[in-house]
Design a binder for this molecule. Structure first.
Ligand code: NAD
Length: 450
């Protein structure tokens, strides 16, 4: 019989969200975080990153005694019959997945887990990793069951995605334990309206799927999902480059292509390309898995290579419109997080754009509604961070909108145009503005494939 105490290893974007939500679903939750800065902030009852509604959910759970942040395995793991691992899986320089944290967490947990515990892997790992961890647990001879339960939440809508999921996937060699894991999410589902109200996130009548698979399938499902979404973006970008040459509009093209239900419109979005803490490393991790297993995933190499050209493609378009050289030109990059709704700037196209413009000699100002703090460390010296759109675009030659923040999309073209210098170039790196609105405000519009 499993008790209702769980430990979540790693309080990052995934772990902290999971821990906080489980703490509102009838579980006593320990969340283990070794990074002292992150841990201190969480102990104060809030998140170290921006995610709508998360602070409220954390604060209430900690005050109710249902969520205990700690850096100690010995305080948390022996009291829990269920352990979730959601530690980071960055990439190695060769693109393969760096599993250092995955294995160190499993090995450390192994020292403390009580017999019969369930170890649930939420981190994105290459197929075959679970089998390797099962071998470590087998040596303990105390019947630890390993389950792969990949995470599909999106930063920016993490609470909504976890509560109103499309699917929960759990895979493992013990059918009963896979069902046990799926039932944890059924508990969460029962509490979701109460939690959405507390967090102030949208709620809706909705039934997601519970999918029971083998261990290796579950691992492969996760990376395949992200790889396919990345593929759609790169496909749209490759057609966008052609659209630029032949004077077609990629948005019109993809609206019509995506209207075919067999294809679907989602993610056929051309622009500055994908970034963030998942897609780039999950694509390179899948390519590496292919190589290790003698399988040619050339299609993913192409998607990755195309994606890497996109920030440069946009800089070149701006450069040719601005008169050949960016030296001394004043350019504002609006949007530094890799997507709206988060403060995460890992491999963010907005950051790449700001840094490469600065490298090319432009005077760069930036603004982001949530990511200014996280961006500060990775921006080149000389890039000027501003606290408002107004101050970022004052006296500027060109604006690049790189993230689909609502405040940037709803800012009126006339207001963008007014404080700018002559020339007034507006680069829509996310293809989200109406061309005619921008040009009617006296701005020159540059999109991607438009
Ligand atoms: P993250 O880097 O924000 O968080 C990982 C945390 O684990 C860090 O705070 C780190 O200090 C901690 N950690 C490292 N070693 C540890 C150990 N031995 N014990 C306990 N904690 C340890 O990463 P993230 O974005 O939350 O991603 C976690 C995993 O989930 C990754 O595999 C990622 O690919 C996957 N994932 C992420 C997202 C997302 O949107 N961020 C979505 C789906 C899946």
């Amino acid at each position: 019989m499993q008790n209702k105490t769980v430990t979540v290893l790693g309080a990052g974007y995934v772990g902290l969200t999971t821990a906080a939500l489980l703490a509102h679903s009838g579980y006593k939750v320990y969340v283990v975080e070794p990074n002292p800065k992150r841990l201190d902030i969480i102990k104060q009852g809030r998140s170290f990153f921006y995610e709508q509604g998360l602070d409220e959910v954390i604060a209430v759970a900690i005050n109710a005694g249902n969520l205990t942040p700690t850096d100690s395995y010995s305080e948390s793991v022996p009291n829990s019959s269920t352990i979730f691992s959601s530690v980071g899986t960055p990439d190695n320089p060769d693109g393969s997945s760096n599993l250092t944290y995955v294995f160190s967490a499993a090995e450390e947990a192994a020292k403390h887990m009580k017999p019969g515990s369930v170890y649930i892997q939420k981190s994105t790992v290459p197929v075959g990793t679970g089998e390797r961890i099962e071998k470590i647990f087998a040596k303990l001879k105390n019947k630890i069951t390993y389950i792969s339960n990949p995470e599909f939440l999106r930063e920016g809508t993490a609470l909504f995605d976890t509560l109103y999921f499309d699917r929960i996937v759990a895979g493992g060699n013990d059918t009963k334990t896979v069902d046990y894991v799926l039932n944890i999410y059924r508990e969460l589902e029962k509490n979701r309206e109460k939690i959405s109200k507390l967090a102030g996130v949208e709620s809706k009548p909705h039934t997601g799927q519970y999918i029971h698979t083998s261990l290796n399938s579950a691992e492969l499902i996760k990376v395949t999902s992200n790889a396919f979404l990345a593929l759609k973006i790169s496909f749209a970008n490759s057609i966008a480059k052609l659209a630029d040459k032949v004077n077609a509009d990629i948005v019109e093209v993809m609206d019509a292509v995506g209207a075919d239900k067999r294809i679907g419109r989602a993610f056929l979005n051309a622009g500055r390309g994908y970034g963030g803490g998942c897609f780039p490393k999950d694509v390179s991790g899948l390519i590496a898995s292919g190589i290790q297993n003698g399988v040619d995933l050339e299609i993913m190499n192409a998607a990755q290579a195309l994606n890497e050209t996109m920030p440069g493609y946009i800089v070149e378009k701006l450069q040719s419109k601005i008169g050949g050289s960016l030296k001394g030109k004043k350019v504002a990059v609006l949007g530094l997080s890799f997507k709206a709704g988060t403060s995460d700037v890992r491999r963010s196209p907005g950051m790449l754009l700001a840094n490469s413009l600065s490298k090319a000699g432009a005077v760069v100002t930036t603004f982001d509604p949530q990511a200014n703090h996280e961006a500060a460390e990775d921006l080149r010296k000389g890039v000027i961070q501003c606290e408002s759109i107004e101050s970022a675009i004052d006296n500027i030659d060109a604006i690049i909108v790189a993230t689909e923040w609502p405040e940037l999309l709803s800012y009126s073209p006339a207001k963008y145009a007014k404080p700018m210098n002559n020339g007034k170039i507006f680069v829509d790196a996310i293809n989200r503005f109406q061309k005619s609105d921008i040009t009617s405000a006296g701005l020159t519009y540059i999109g991607v494939g438009r």
